[in-house]
Design a protein around this ligand. Sequence first.
Ligand code: G3P
Ligand code: CA
Length: 246
Amino acid sequence: MKPAINKKIIVIAHRGAAGYAPENTMASFQLAIEMKADFLELDIQLTKDGQLVVIHDTEVDRTSNGRGKVLDFTMAQLSELDAGSWFNAKFEGERMPTLSEVFDLCKGKIGILIEIKAPWLYPGIEQKLAEELRAHGMLDEDPASIIVQSFDQSSVKRFSAIMPQVLVGLLVYQSEDVTAEKLQETVVYADYVNPSLNLVTKSFIDTIHALGKKTTPWTVRSAAEVPPLLDLNVDGIITDYPDYVK
Ligand code: G3P
Ligand code: CA
């Protein structure tokens, strides 16, 4: 039996409050908590030494002062990189967090929407995530405080097979992914279908709801994008600016 999120609309701080602080850092996650978002979203990958690190791109270049692929660094090496200055000099010294560090910060304070990024590069990442969730007791007090999602349907299914009690979602961004047939496939494994804003129409949201799924579109970066989404009865909004959703 899956847990239920009872709030009508959840505000999800994308990569933390990424409009205000460097994405996927403790600064952006702390801000999401202070801004009273219901959830924060983050991206996970595996390091060379098999640790779950929080970073969006499969290379470190855009969001740090390093160069190269995440999978070629150990966690200790990634921890030496500056993941804040690229955003603003005042964030110099922000580091790429481990998922474990984010769990320690967030448990009991904010929900976490965890995106498994590029799972084909990281065999076993779903098992590792399950172990980390268990080790931190992240589902003990509030089982509805964790949602796991990916663009990769196989990864979502693999994770669900390991932890069937956790809420899971499929991310979609192109029209080929959301044919009636493909949406029907999600019925058996997904609790959420989370589309890019460019796919959002009344009929699309109604179809997802008719299939018994919830939906939290992404990524709102303008306040004007919020009211139309609320009118469509979405179940949550993923945004770089949690304060835009009143
Ligand atoms: O949670 C939705 C969103 O994060 C998916 O896209 O590229 O920001 O990871 P991206
Ligand atoms: Ca993401």
